[in-house]
Write a protein that binds this ligand. Sequence first.
Ligand code: SAM
Length: 416
Amino acid sequence: MAERIALFATTARGTEDLLADELKELGARRIRQDRGGVRFMATLDEALKVCLWSRIAMRVLYPLGAFEAHGAEGLYEAAAEIPWEEHLTPETTFAVDATLKDSEHTHSGFVALKVKDAIVDRIRDAKGARPDVNTRDPDVRVVAHLSRETLSLSLDLCGEPLHRRGYRVRPTPAPLKETLAAALLRAASYTGEEALVDPMCGSGTLLIEAGLIARRRAPGLNRDFAVERWPELGTRARELLADLRADARRNERKVTVPLLGFDKDPEALEAASRNVRAAKLSEEIHLAEGDATKLPPLPATGGLIITNPPYGDRLGSGGQKGMKSFYFKLGESLRVPGWRVWVLSGNPAFESAFHARPSARRDLWNGPIACTLLGYRPSGGPARPDGDTSEAPLGVPHEPADVAPVRPQHEGEEEG
Ligand SMILES: C[S@@+](CC[C@H](N)C(=O)[O-])C[C@H]1O[C@@H](n2cnc3c(N)ncnc32)[C@H](O)[C@@H]1O
């Protein structure tokens, strides 16, 4: 891979442009957005830099070919077209991950099996012995995607998807993927130079990703990549990565801005605290129990409030009406002078209940959930209960009838 080769980095739908920007910064060439990913050209060195430094990409794939494939035999024959002996030896373990879209086959496992058979037979014919399958920790991970009757085959440079940074030691229900959290921070133009608050931090993903950005730490620093074990490229990849990792360690810097997280659930906070420790960001990130609808005074410097509130009725009784009233209270509490606000919402009722006009909006997918990311400029003067701020309100806030107005708190005010 001395010359540039064509690669494909995958990402959450709706974040392709953010990944394209990031890849450009990382030195990728001929960048082209596609659905759910970005195509680009890179040398091995540049590709490894992407594996180590991309905060947003989920996988980095090396496409080997795409073929028409009809029926079970068609899958086998298509897969057998690839010169697998150039990528694997009988000593290399491998696994096939298959995904399907609008295909005649209903089981991805069946497609994976046909591709696996073709790989095994082709290497046995070429080398006289077959490689073993290891689904848990393979040397080479083959990615098969069957869309209608087109079978695309790739090698995954990373192995474990890139969102596995290694710091999520204690999950909570509905955590954000690390890569999606990083995409949200990029959408909000967060560069690590300003204070940040997540008032509903759950397991702490947004805070930790913000901490990694502020620290200038490579997100893949504490993990390895499948390409380091590839028979042809492994040795060179390990050498190049050793240099890239050493550079990354040298260029880390101190975090000079506060990163604050609140959650009302002590279990979520305990998980966040463990994850923060695993990410080695305990000194940088401060966590406290707190209700996002009664935010304590925030630093007068201003900064970024970024969060993803609950989407559904997990707040006890009250159903959708209860959610609207909760979002209304958030609208009162989170609009702190000098602080811009970004919210990822999976509930269509959020926007009107929050009663402020967003200055930025993006539709994206959080796994299978269609979401909207909304950005709000900082309010200029002290926000008043009537919603009259420099952020043009959407008319009179339509407060649900069952909600008593909540007085927003500001720097220096006592909690009342
Ligand atoms: C969708 S989860 C956030 C997930 C988080 N971004 C992560 O990656 O783990 C929503 C969080 O909001 C918290 N929450 C709900 N109501 C709250 C409130 N009034 N104040 C503070 N936290 C609240 C829940 O405990 C939950 O942890």
